[in-house]
Design a protein around this ligand. Structure first.
Ligand code: B12
Length: 210
């Protein structure tokens, strides 16, 4: 079994210590931190998502898997952030009001940090007002909204509306499993990305001066 498979299986079975150990082992053998995230930790979590959807596993197993994934993330995160921290600009991230899912958002945040952005994470269940206050306080170039529920996607629209007067200064991009490019276009977001790696590409593209 490859180290990537060991890490994936560790996430799937919720073996936090095993994931952390194998993540260190992979780093020691020279594997790039970003590959560990993409091909180990995220790949494992994707399997967990499919099994949960198919009712093969339930909420407690998912939470235990997420904890294992975070154990690996804790090991790679300092290395991902080792680049020019914050040099590219500031991004505010949050999961919209009513929504408590944060695994994907956290991954996006870690990837953005790894790519050189300063990331301010407002957490979950973030109201439009809280996003507005965050923009006032941190003066970001980018705001990222996450939603994992079809019922909370609508709060992306209300958040965009709340940020209306900042739209000339701040780009807003969105993501989350039910979110699509079509939805992003419909609500007038500046961008959309399907996963954490393309979120970095999207951020880079949005911030290129026109
Ligand atoms: C983990 C999980 C939970 C955990 C969350 C733990 C946590 N700390 O996040 C718990 C158990 C708490 C939970 C609760 C619920 N959940 Co849930 N959950 C999931 C599950 C299995 C995985 C989500 C996940 O973490 N995926 C892994 C990450 C890496 O993927 P991701 O989030 O999609 O993120 C990636 C991209 O979308 C993108 N991205 C994400 N955010 C952003 C933001 C930006 C700016 C960008 C650019 C990109 C981006 O990049 C990420 C990284 O690659 C999904 C099933 C699934 N397959 O999606 C259901 C799922 C999302 N949950 C669901 C439901 C229904 C619920 C509950 C209502 C269940 C209940 N009855 O209590 C509650 C709601 C609680 C609430 N108010 O939010 C449904 C949603 C159905 C729908 N269409 O609305 C799903 C799809 C399961 C299902 N098939 O029924 N859940």
């Amino acid at each position: 079994m490859t180290l990537f498979e060991e890490i994936q299986n560790g996430v799937i079975s919720g073996n936090a210590k095993g994931v952390a150990d194998n993540t260190r082992k992979a780093l020691d053998t020279g594997v790039a931190p970003l590959s560990i995230v993409n091909d180990g930790l995220i790949a494992g979590m994707n399997v967990v998502g499919v099994r949960f959807r198919n009712n093969e596993i339930y909420v407690p197993e998912v939470l235990i898997a997420a904890r294992a994934m975070h154990a690996g993330m804790a090991v790679v995160k300092p290395l991902l952030s080792a680049g020019e921290i914050g040099g590219k600009g500031t991004v505010i991230l949050g999961t919209v009001k009513g929504d408590l899912h944060d695994i994907g958002k956290n991954l996006v945040g870690m990837m953005l940090e790894g790519a050189g952005y300063k990331v301010v994470d407002l957490g979950v269940d973030v109201s439009p007002e809280k996003f507005l206050n965050g923009v006032d306080e941190y003066k970001p170039q980018l705001v990222g909204l996450s939603a994992l529920l079809t019922t909370t996607m609508v709060n992306m629209k209300t958040t965009l509306e709340a940020l209306q007067s900042y739209r000339d200064r701040v780009k807003i991009f969105i993501g989350g499993a039910p979110v699509t490019q079509k939805f992003a276009d419909e609500i007038g977001a500046d961008g959309y990305a399907a996963d954490a790696a393309s979120a970095v590409d999207r951020a880079n593209a949005l911030l290129v001066p026109v």
